[in-house]
Design a protein around this ligand. Structure first.
Ligand code: SF4
Ligand code: SF4
Length: 285
């Protein structure tokens, strides 16, 4: 089972939910941090890291002896990562998406590939939770290869909880696309509503069942609840605006450990998600 935790914007409490959900379950659970530009689940889990794998993106390397400067490679590259000049070919590795089109289509077989380091995937354990996180190198523009490498660690026999980048762009789609359920974390503000609407649009296009966690409830704005009611999206958990919760969060203490009465609430959240997945799969068969 793969449950992704997403949000239309940053700072809504995705990490709070992902870490406490993982730490509240008694069954075998894996927490995958796919927010590779800013992974921070480790701050709360404090895992012992036991494995480290560099992620490489294949980029072209030109054999100047074979190259005739025909220009085919620069014509096919959609990312302007390779430029054929009159007497040489220039490669811009930082723009290359590693799609392989140039080497596949080069008529002289003059293009081989070399690996460009894009990031790292680390694995470890904490409190009975198997932990995986991707870290994108500073200045690296392509998170997707690192996200894919993190997702190779999904264990179909276990419960997988995946913390996803905020927003609704490519890295989010790449992360959530195989999920059985997407939990959308938002807050009761006009910005929270706007970004929730965008996130719901994405999960619906991908045909992924979803539910909402409403964080920092108590600011007096009820249009997020209205929207969820109108759209038939269940609000599965509400977390109040509470300085104690914010204080524990700022010190890197998971909510379910700082205030133990939250543990059963996260267990119930998980049970509700599981029921929703089962009922959706029943409807599809
Ligand atoms: S397609 Fe091959 S032969 Fe043509 S310019 Fe590119 S590398 Fe050179
Ligand atoms: S591998 Fe793809 S992205 Fe990279 S230079 Fe070749 S065509 Fe462009």
């Amino acid at each position: 089972m793969l449950i992704s935790i997403a949000s239309g914007k940053g700072g809504t409490g995705k990490t709070l939910v992902a870490t406490s959900l993982a730490l509240s379950l008694e069954e075998s659970v894996k927490l995958l941090d796919c927010d590779v530009e800013e992974p921070n689940d480790h701050i709360f889990l404090k895992p012992a890291i036991t494995g480290r794998e560099i992620v490489y993106v294949p980029v072209p390397s030109i054999d100047k002896e074979k190259c005739t400067c025909c220009g085919v490679c620069s014509e096919v590259c959609e990312f302007n990562a390779i430029a054929a000049l009159k007497s040489t070919v220039l490669v811009f590795p930082e723009l290359c998406h590693g799609c392989g089109a140039c080497s596949y289509l080069c008529p002289e077989e003059a293009i081989s590939t070399v690996g460009r380091e894009a990031g790292v995937v680390e694995t470890g354990y904490s409190n009975g939770v198997e932990f995986v996180q991707g870290k994108l190198n500073v200045g690296e523009a392509m998170p997707v290869p690192v996200i894919r490498k993190v997702k190779e660690h999904i264990d179909q026999a276990a419960t997988n909880i995946m913390d996803v980048s905020p927003g609704t762009s490519c890295p989010v789609v790449e992360s959530i696309k195989d999920s059985d359920f997407c939990l959308l974390v938002t807050e009761p503000t006009p910005f929270g509503l706007n970004d929730l609407e965008l996130a719901v649009e994405v999960v619906r296009k991908l045909d992924i069942p979803c539910g909402v966690v409403l964080n920092r409830v108590g600011v007096g704005y009820d249009r997020v609840e209205q929207y969820c009611r109108n759209e038939g999206i269940p609000i599965l958990l509400t977390v109040p605006l509470d300085s104690r919760i914010a204080g524990h969060y700022s010190r890197g203490i998971p909510l379910c450990e700082a205030i133990p009465e939250w543990k059963p609430r996260f267990k119930k959240l998980f049970e509700d998600i599981r029921k929703s997945i089962l009922s959706q799969s029943g409807q599809r068969t």
